[in-house]
Design a protein around this ligand. Structure first.
Ligand code: F6R
Length: 655
């Protein structure tokens, strides 16, 4: 893994690579120049600095800089940094001409979902680029004119001498631009049909995949391949598998990004999550000599069990030798000693006492015995993450006498169907008239809400009142779930963090107020345990932002005396689970406890059956999590540990 440079003097790839060891050996399976950063924030800055350097160089030579730009979540950090450099360092875009990769078709430019809107919101409105230098495929062109329009777009790029630098993201289908599987290497700008997976990934922005356009206009693979320089960015675990296929697999039209293996100046810039499936990260022992720290050893042993299909205590010297781990065995003396040690390490992560077992020897347990009654706070990014992700542990903590608080970080109001709002408004009006309240007023309330909902165009923002009702619906469900667990109402806090309150999938940047609210509740409760969502692959980024806020709050608070006695545990939400190698505490659930957890989740009626943000997984949230909890139990069992029905997993965060 790259050691990240800490100052701006190292904002280029060469000095970063210089800090890597075993570079060539480690990278021998990689067919594209690939750089890995711990976090996407610094990675984005390094990319922005390369772009800025090129802009300045071109300007000094009195030339225009021709940039190919992308949309989506990947380039946002780059645009933020370019805007900062424009405002604080005088970086000028007067000599920059841009060509965007793509646009949905059909698409009105002023629609919230258009790439035109995106580019202006994140970049063009904040810099000094000349409007006539901005080129974005036009989604409003009449269908019969699209062909000639695309040819003109292509010719316009050529007339400037081609793209100096193209930035890219990668879709889970392996698309670059909207060049979906099947695209030809020589393809040029054209109309294409979007892959179903791409439409599902975009469904959040459009409030349901049915509203996502089926087609788009995109630059071709040929257009991209002609750029002098290509930088592809990918962040997060959800990209890990397609990145590995692209970087290490064979060139194939099934994964169009693999064509970039033939580009002579392409770099992939990844964060830790997106690099997770590359051989040098995933199985470094198969790639070259390996530094055997405790974590890598644990990972290797678990991987070996899964590969040879044996429990830990049955692994032999020969198994280790066959899979590139002879040096590991020699440092332990024999597989027997290593197996016992690993078995014990993993065994000790299992506990039915997530708040610590009173009066027990806790030297080998994940949690402390004292204080016997702890104050615990569960941070829940959305109003149902607490019970979905750690409902079993939540109930155990309460049943074992701990004082459990829940802090619901966001209102979750965008994930409620409009029909629900009308239903509740109707109920409210009926109730008022039932109580002999002013009939006219209650009727007009219901009528107004109904009208606000019916008049709304698909994909546009709800009125403030509708949003408020949606938030209240989720609040009521969260309270019901807490009552089901046995938590009094006063221990549920609704933080309604402001960054979330846009009414859109796109959120505001995190502000001071978000952090202050988070710090305040921690100071008020002074917990012995913090449980928080470490679920970094949340497609909308809300979990990621909520976690970042907790980390920042911990940074501010860590020297306060009560924090010295506080453990932080990361659970994972509906999208992903910790691998066994990452787990520091695992709480088993019996079949009855799993059923009870399901009932706690069922209190979230607005998130049942058919939810607004379903993603590409058709299972309901409770089904996904039961499968995940069962799968963790199965994995433990396959390693030779006891057989349980299900398990909830936690990783400890050290600060
Ligand atoms: C965007 C584009 C797409 C995205 C890709 C990744 O202009 O052409 O190829 O780059 O779908 O999207 P994100 O970055 O949102 O994961």
């Amino acid at each position: 893994m790259i050691k990240e440079p800490v100052n701006d003097s190292k904002m280029d790839y060469r000095s970063i690579e210089h800090e890597m060891c075993g570079l060539n050996e480690e990278k021998r399976f990689e067919k594209i120049h690939t750089i890995i950063f711990k976090k996407s924030t610094l990675a984005s800055k390094v990319v922005a600095h390369e772009i800025a350097e090129l802009i300045r160089l071109k300007e000094a030579n009195n030339e225009l800089c021709i940039l190919g730009l992308a949309t989506g979540s990947s380039p946002i950090g780059v645009y933020n940094e370019l805007v900062r450099m424009h405002k604080e360092e005088g970086l000028s875009f007067q000599h920059v001409v841009t060509f965007n990769l793509d646009e949905y078709y059909p698409m009105q430019t002023n629609s919230l979902q258009s790439y035109w809107y995106f580019m202006h919101e994140y970049l063009f409105d904040h810099i000094d680029i000349k409007p006539e230098h901005i080129n974005i495929p036009n989604g409003t062109i009449a269908e019969e004119d699209v062909n000639s329009y695309c040819n003109e777009y292509e010719e316009k790029i050529t007339s400037y001498g081609g793209l100096d630098l193209q930035i890219l993201g990668i879709g889970r289908t392996g698309h670059i631009g909207f060049n979906e599987p099947g695209s030809h290497i020589n393809s040029i700008t054209r109309m294409v049909t979007l892959d179903q997976l791409t439409r599902e990934d975009a469904s959040g922005d459009f409030y349901g995949s049915a509203n996502v356009p089926r087609r788009a206009i995109t630059m071709g693979i040929g257009t991209i391949m002609k750029a002098q320089r290509v930088i592809l960015m990918a962040w997060g675990e959800s990209k890990a598998s397609i990145v590995a296929k692209t970087v290490e697999g064979n060139i194939t039209h099934h994964v169009p990004a693999t064509y970039l293996q033939n580009h002579n100046n392409a770099t992939f810039v990844l964060d830790e999550g997106a690099s997770a499936d590359l051989k040098r990260i995933h199985t470094p022992w198969l790639v070259g000599s390996c530094t055997w720290d405790e974590y890598t050893t644990k990972r290797a042993v678990i991987w070996l069990c899964q590969t040879v299909n044996k429990p830990i205590l049955k692994l032999t010297d020969r198994d280790y030798n066959e899979y590139g781990m002879n040096d590991l065995i020699s440092s332990y003396g024999s597989s027997y000693d290593l197996n016992i040690q690993m078995f014990n390490t993993i065994q000790r992560t299992i506990t039915g006492w997530p708040g610590g077992k009173p009066n027990a020897d806790d030297s080998q347990r994940p949690e402390r015995a004292n204080p016997a009654q702890k104050r615990a706070i569960i941070f829940s990014p959305h109003p149902d993450d607490d019970v979905i992700s750690m409902g079993g542990t939540f109930m155990r903590l309460h049943d074992q006498g701990h004082e459990v608080h829940v802090a619901y970080q966001t209102s979750g109001n965008i994930a409620v169907f409009d029909e629900e709002v009308v239903k509740y408004a109707n109920f409210y009006s009926e109730l008022k008239s039932f109580n002999h309240a002013e009939n006219e007023e209650s009727d007009s309330f219901y009528e107004n809400i109904k009208k606000a909902v019916l008049d709304k165009k698909p994909g546009s923002i709800d009125t403030a009142e509708v949003r408020r009702i949606k938030g209240l619906i989720r609040r009521g469900e969260a309270r019901a779930a807490c009552r089901f667990v046995g938590i009094p109402d006063k221990r549920a806090s609704f933080l309604d963090l402001p960054f979330y309150e846009t009414g859109k999938v796109k959120k505001k940047p995190v502000g001071k107020e978000d952090l202050e609210i988070t710090i305040d509740i921690l100071r008020r409760i002074k917990p012995h345990q913090i449980f928080t969502a470490g679920d970094l692959s949340d497609p909308h980024g809300t979990h990621r932002v909520c976690l970042e806020l907790i980390f920042q709050a911990i940074e501010v608070l860590k020297n306060e005396s009560w924090m010295k006695d506080c453990y932080v545990w990361l659970y994972r939400g509906a999208w992903h689970e910790w691998g066994v190698e990452d787990i520091d505490m695992v709480v088993p659930l019996s079949p009855d406890q799993l059923l009870k957890k399901r009932k706690a989740i069922f209190n979230h009626q607005s998130q049942k059956d058919n939810v607004v943000f379903q993603g590409s997984d058709n299972r309901e949230f409770w089904q996904r999590v039961e499968d995940r909890n069962r799968n963790t139990a199965t994995q433990y069992n396959q390693l030779g540990l006891s057989e349980y029905e299900a398990m909830e997993a936690f990783k400890r965060y050290y600060f």
